[in-house]
Design a protein around this ligand. Structure first.
Ligand SMILES: Nc1ncnc2c1ncn2[C@@H]1O[C@H](COP(=O)(O)OP(=O)(O)OP(=O)(O)O)[C@@H](O)[C@H]1O
Length: 317
């Protein structure tokens, strides 16, 4: 028996209706878990409460849901006296953090990866005392998350994220900000600021080097113009090389912490959940929580130091 006690927290409302996910997860894990507790979230906030109050009682915590569920649950689990090992089972719509962990997108297969035991100390971010796994942002990204039409999301899944983005693009107003990072200060206007720990946004791969989860750093994009094709490319993980040279339309900063002040308080998007506002104090908590990874992450387990940004991504060289 690999784990004495495990708890599987699941959000039935996450993602599109996919019958059998819970059964797949239990089936895959039952043989290796002595006592498996199932805890269902009944309303927003439950995942955090369950994980805060009981997470420390388990060796293994399984989170079945999307990025919002993961966001809630890790905020609870990180506060537990002894944080358990955490497995994300992608039952949401975008599942961006599960993508960063390079997990298969089927719940049963992701659960099987837990048995492979690729568990690693992993960076998370902190913003105004809350934890995020994948990203925080202000401006366009917040409007994108808030404009998602839930019916459309239900029907179309990941595509809805981008359709929603296109709708908000036409309304993006620049805001004034001051951003203080490890090596300086930027005083300017932008339509979006994004600080990423993970590597996926709205299912698209972000154009940064490395896996982002073992470098103690955040990758920050300041986007100054909301040209349709430009923002599309940013959010779609496209090739930004041209824009890198384009007179500062997009500025890229790598930093371990940052402070963002804005002219007016701006709402903040944390892992797709919008409930904080600026000013924002943001930093990395290196190797804070232990997460399970997919097969592609095998290289990270070797004796070689983890990739700290020198990989093939656009901004790596
Ligand atoms: N029982 C519940 N009823 C309604 N909402 C819930 C319930 N449990 C959790 N929630 C809320 O559901 C929201 C959406 O969940 P989640 O983000 O996991 O799924 P998703 O939006 O489909 O996936 P993703 O964020 O990966 O696109 C979260 O904000 C969470 O607080």
């Amino acid at each position: 028996m690999r784990w004495e006690k495990a708890m599987l927290v699941y959000n039935r409302k996450a993602g599109k209706e996919k019958a059998g996910q819970l059964g797949e997860a239990v089936e895959a894990l039952a043989g290796e878990v002595g006592e498996l507790t199932l805890a269902q979230t009944v309303e927003p906030g439950d995942g955090e409460k369950i994980c805060r109050e009981r997470g420390g009682d388990y060796d293994l915590l399984l989170l079945l849901g999307g990025d919002g569920t993961v966001h809630e649950c890790i905020n609870g689990a990180a506060a537990a006296a002894r944080a358990p090992e955490i497995a994300v089972l992608p039952g949401g719509t975008c599942n961006d953090f599960a993508r960063t962990l390079q997990l298969p997108m089927q719940v049963g297969r992701a659960a099987e990866e837990v048995l492979a035991g690729r568990v690693l100390d992993t960076d998370v971010g902190t913003i105004n005392g809350r934890i995020f796994t994948n990203f925080v942002g202000i401006g366009l990204i917040t409007e994108t998350s808030e404009n998602i039409d839930s019916e459309q999301k239900e029907r179309m899944g990941k595509l809805s994220y981008f359709l929603s983005t296109l709708r908000t693009l036409r309304q993006a107003e620049p805001f004034g900000f001051r951003l203080t990072h490890d090596e300086g200060v930027v005083d300017s206007e932008a339509v979006m600021i994004l600080a990423a720990n993970g590597r996926s946004l709205g299912t698209a791969k972000l154009p940064f080097a490395g896996d982002g989860l073992h470098d103690g750093m955040l990758d920050v994009l300041i986007v100054r113009e909301a040209g349709l094709s430009l923002a599309w490319q940013v959010l779609n993980g496209g090739d930004l090389t041209d824009y890198r040279e384009s007179g500062g339309v997009i500025e890229y900063i790598r930093t371990s912490s940052l402070r963002i002040e804005t002219d007016e308080p701006k709402r903040i998007d944390s892992d797709g959940e919008v409930y904080l506002q600026t000013p924002a104090e943001i930093s990395v908590l290196p190797a804070k929580l232990r997460f399970f990874y997919g097969p592609e992450a095998a290289g990270l387990l070797s004796d070689e130091p983890a990739d700290s940004g020198s990989g093939p991504g656009l901004f790596g060289s």
